[in-house]
Design a protein around this ligand. Structure first.
Ligand SMILES: *Cc1c(COP(=O)(O)O)cnc(C)c1O
Length: 431
């Protein structure tokens, strides 16, 4: 396992973690280890403990707060990191902070030597305050406010992206020594969140951008792209890498010496091995070994690491429709904003019913048709209009959502006075 870190040997902090890696990673293969039951048990234990702490105090009969909460499995983030380095040894990950800026997750990634993709002054501050060297940051927002550009320059963050001439003039004036990556648009039709609608220069404009950059004597060092978040078609990387090759050749013609390709984010846990196989082949075909390849995965590292537990605070029967409406204490204005902003369809499962833990027991079963609503007074706050659960729930029961780590806590609000859900951690010895 320490071999995996060898690609990051230039990042001195990761060396110190070699012992930790040895301790954490048994001789078994990565896949055996990742499918072992250890984490699931730890998650279940913590869920149970937190829930029982929240229930009625039997001595006094007093109700305690039964707030919704997350359980974050830090070992899962670590496993994804190992999976990354095993499958994409050539590609250095720069974690996309916006996906989930949880402090323990960031601390873990800092420790294991990843870089970070920041998109605002706030994210730059957060990462720099962890003692991360500015070299390990890419400021990957092609449209930046001038005061943020100045903040980046003053803090030696000089790796950043652009996709329009206006940005080049701003860079010339406020950060003339930046190392720039030209963000190109991609065909992202098969992704759930189409980022190329907003960012990325079309191929018809790349030459003009390079010409202007050369005239301004700016230092363009490579190309970046993003195939779209929630990308369902691993093959979309093929087209994006071919486009990047074209722009690399244009760069050469305009007198630049490109040395970096940034393949962005969009990696999905389910299709990762398949995507990685395509990428390895494409990268080796089109980019010689002296080109540094980086990526900006967000979802891949955190999605599967978080579980959200919510409490049924109210219910209502609709006899005519033979349906039940449940009201739970986190929703679309809180952690489950991913339903609106990230187009996710979280699957509700029974966590605790009538005093009995059911975690993981009824996966894939359910004839009880119901709707599940968030706690706010807005009817937009609906988590599932036709959920399927194995049986009817009672007030006080608990529901959970797996794979709740990406684009959830990150954008949660406290609208209507409902506080955002806290995070509890397992495998904390990793951080
Ligand atoms: C959102 C974003 C990412 C992360 O995307 P994922 O789909 O979560 O991997 C990476 N890079 C940029 C520029 C982004 O905007």
């Amino acid at each position: 396992m320490p071999l995996i870190l060898e690609q990051n040997m230039n990042i001195s902090e990761s060396l110190r973690t070699t012992d930790l890696l040895n301790r954490l990673s048994p001789a078994e293969s990565v896949s055996t280890w990742s499918s072992c039951g250890k984490s699931r048990e730890a998650i279940r234990e913590l869920l149970e403990q937190k829930i029982s702490e929240s229930e009625v105090n039997s001595a006094t009969g007093e109700m305690r707060d039964a707030d919704a909460f997350f359980v974050a499995d830090l070992a899962e983030v670590y496993r994804q990191l190992v999976r990354w380095h095993t499958n994409l040894p050539r590609v250095q990950p720069f974690y996309a902070v916006k996906c989930n800026p949880d402090p323990r997750v960031l601390a873990l990634l800092v420790k294991f030597g990843t870089g970070f993709d920041c998109a605002s002054k706030g994210e730059l501050q957060q990462i720099l305050s962890l003692g991360v060297s500015p070299e390990r940051i890419v400021y990957a927002n092609p449209c930046k406010a001038i005061n943020y550009i100045r903040y980046a320059r003053n803090n030696n963050v000089d790796f950043m992206t652009f996709d329009n001439t206006e940005e080049l003039y701003k860079c010339k004036q406020h950060h003339p020594n930046a190392r720039l990556l030209l963000r190109i648009s991609t065909n992202d039709e098969n992704s759930i969140c189409r980022l190329s609608l907003k960012f990325g220069a079309p191929m018809s404009e790349t030459e003009e951008l390079l010409r202007v950059a050369k005239t301004l004597d700016l230092n363009v060092v490579g190309v970046s792209f993003h195939v779209g978040s929630g990308n369902l078609d691993p093959a979309s990387f093929i087209d994006a890498i071919c486009r990047s090759r074209v722009v690399f050749d244009q760069g050469e013609r305009y007198g630049f010496h490109f040395n970096t390709l940034d393949i962005g984010g969009g990696f999905m846990s389910d299709s990762f091995e398949q995507t990685a196989a395509i990428l390895r082949e494409q990268l080796d075909t089109h980019f010689p070994a002296n080109v540094r390849i980086i990526a900006e995965p967000g979802r891949f590292f955190v999605a599967t690491a978080f579980t959200l537990a919510v409490n049924v605070v109210a219910k209502r029967r609709i006899p005519e429709e033979n349906k039940v409406m449940y009201y739970v204490n986190d929703g679309v204005y809180g952690s489950l904003n991913c339903i609106l902003f990230d187009h996710q369809h979280p699957v509700a499962r029974v966590l605790k019913h009538a005093g009995r833990m059911c975690y993981n027991q009824y996966v894939g079963t359910g004839d009880h048709v119901c709707s599940i609503w968030g706690p706010t007074c807005d009817s937009l706050d609906v988590i599932a209009s036709d959920a399927r659960l194995p049986f009817e729930l009672e007030v006080g029961d608990w529901i959970y959502f797996d794979d709740a780590g990406a684009y959830t806590v990150a954008a949660a609000s406290s609208f209507n006075g409902f506080q955002t859900s806290k995070v509890e951690y397992v495998s904390t010895d990793l951080v």
